[in-house]
Design a protein. Sequence first.
Length: 220
Amino acid sequence: MQKLYGRFKNTCMATNSFLRAKEFGITHMALWEPSLSQKRMAILEESVVNAKISPPNSYGAVVLGGTFDRLHDEDVLHCQQSSSELSRDQIVVGVCDGPMLTNKQFSDLIEPIEERMRNVENYIKSIKPELVVQVEPITDPYGPSIVDENLEAIVVSKETVPGGISVNRKRADRGLSQLKIEVVDLVSEESSQGKLSSTTIRKLEAEKAKNQAQYSETKS
């Protein structure tokens, strides 16, 4: 019990000293070194999440990821925001493949990886031809975002902000710089004036194929 009290007392003293030092503008104390778990928590708390998109050409290199099937409206807006408004030199795009497609609805109808990669690159080049566009398949949630030291920002949707924070944790573990997290508002199916998502398009195609098969059976 006495040993436990001693640890508690030392922790309180260290915390109090740190707070008092902070009052005098001392932000670094050599006597206190945060643990790895504390560093990871600091990343979670301090990751710069830009709810309002940054000005054009704010970053040299930007990364984003997605399925990019049929380049439906959400993907188009995603690409447009990250390439034409944020990146001035390079954009790195991870296109989901393999196990990343397993839980997608009607995954068997998703366009081939080569076609999706080509469509993404062509679209970005049509917006900003001078950009260096690096498109590659990814089979995990991170891809190049946790290994490319030249990246400065990652583009996410409101729903995938936790993924951006997770990327920064992985980068911290590897000793890489933290990425600014740029949040893009994606166009929902309800607010896109009747334009359909890629999932809905695949569903319609599956239903059409099923109806055609049933019709062929009745004819025969």
